[in-house]
Design a protein around this ligand. Structure first.
Ligand SMILES: [Zn+2]
Length: 379
């Protein structure tokens, strides 16, 4: 699956001009849609940059990069039904990546000096890896879910044959948890709680979903130490014996989705409640002045704009920069530029949905020169 390290690696790639091709391609689930897939990919790539103010075309995208994408598509398409695949190609930089993503995203192609990573960040935030603890009075197991991979990381032993091929459903290894079956004793709430607490303490926190009978969920929650309890995203009730790995994922995924959406709204509330820039122009001013402490991006589409060739100031207009008198050059997506600048300054970036603004930023300091900093509202 895609990790923050993948994003950082891509962010380290930079070409002297708009020579890096980024393509996000949804692969249809059935064989019918697959037939037109190469044509769809070609259309997206051909359209990259079209409609932008400067009228940049794909002429600068090497045929080699397009051919590499189409070649990978022909070779790996059967592995990707129902997935969105992100391609990054730049022959000049020796870059070619094809990353199948855990979420479905709309198709998009971008030609820019750097890989276009904003959708990748959204995927990492919206489709996190998570743990599911399934428990009832006699049985318990802990599963890890990463994209469409589901693996058992612990199961109760000594209770007769396990239900559904515990352990190696897909024969793939998890990144964060060792793939071994941990036997659980009679005090299994406590044992499961201990496993979850250890998982909560190891590396980036993974959300936790609890499934099972209502009383068992309550029983496990009571045994959880505070750190693990904070990671609980929610629960679902189900009879544990009927749960296949695919069914566990089906039941747990909406719980995690709801948790992600709630956290987005909480974060937006916190940021807008403090010193914040709200809306494109105020946020551009904040980023240009290096005072954006945490960027919230709500607008999914791209907003074409300009960057000063001298000082790097971002703007919506192509006028000459008042500070350095240099003509600005076109960039396909100001929001991507703002994301990159904020990450470069070690500021967090969060993609959110259902917001009343396109982009907003928590400010480290007030924006100067009468630019519009607000403490709420705006668009
Ligand atoms: Zn300038």
């Amino acid at each position: 699956m895609v990790s923050p390290a993948d994003v950082e690696k891509l962010r380290g790639m930079r070409a002297p001009g708009p020579a890096v091709l980024s393509l996000y391609l949804p692969v249809p689930p059935g064989p019918a849609g697959v037939r037109g897939l190469a044509a769809r990919a070609e259309d997206l790539m051909a359209g990259a940059g079209a409609g932008s103010p400067a009228g940049a075309g794909t002429a600068r995208a090497g045929h080699a990069d397009r051919d590499a994408v189409l070649g990978a598509l022909a070779a790996h398409r059967p592995d990707w039904p129902g997935r969105t695949v992100a391609f990054f190609a730049c022959q000049q930089l020796g870059l070619f990546e094809a990353l199948p993503l855990p979420c479905v995203l709309p198709g998009r192609a971008v030609l820019a000096a750097r890989p276009h990573v904003r959708p990748l960040l959204a995927v990492i935030q919206r489709c996190p890896d998570y743990l599911v603890a399934i428990t009832n009075g006699r049985h318990a197991r802990v599963l890890s879910v990463s994209g469409n991979r589901v693996e058992t990381v612990a199961s109760q032993s000594g209770q007769g044959p396990p239900g559904h091929g515990f352990g190696r459903w897909y024969g793939l290894e998890t990144r964060r948890l060792q793939q071994r079956i941990i036997p659980l004793g009679p005090h299994h709430y406590r044992d499961v709680a201990a496993i979850l607490a250890r998982a909560a303490g190891a590396g980036p926190r993974m959300p936790l979903v609890i499934g099972g009978r209502h009383d068992s969920i309550t029983g496990l929650l009571q045994e959880l130490p505070p750190a693990a309890r904070e990671a609980v995203a929610g629960s679902f009730t189900a009879g544990p014996h009927a749960l296949t790995p695919a069914r566990v994922r089906e039941l747990a995924a909406p719980v995690v989705e709801g948790w992600v959406a709630r956290r987005e709204q909480e974060l937006a509330g916190q940021i807008l409640g403090g010193l914040a820039a709200v809306g494109l122009h105020a946020s551009l001013a904040a980023v240009n002045q290096g005072v954006a402490g945490h960027l919230l991006v709500a607008h999914e589409g791209m907003i074409a704009g300009y960057v000063c060739g001298g000082c790097g100031a971002l703007s919506t207009g192509s006028f000459e920069c008042p500070d350095c008198g240099t003509a600005a050059r076109m960039v396909p997506d100001l929001l991507e530029e703002m994301v990159q600048r904020t990450l470069d300054d070690n500021g967090p970036v969060t993609m959110i949905r259902d917001a009343s603004f396109s982009v907003a930023a928590r400010l480290r300091f007030p924006v100067t020169e009468g630019e519009s900093a607000t403490t709420g509202g705006g668009r």
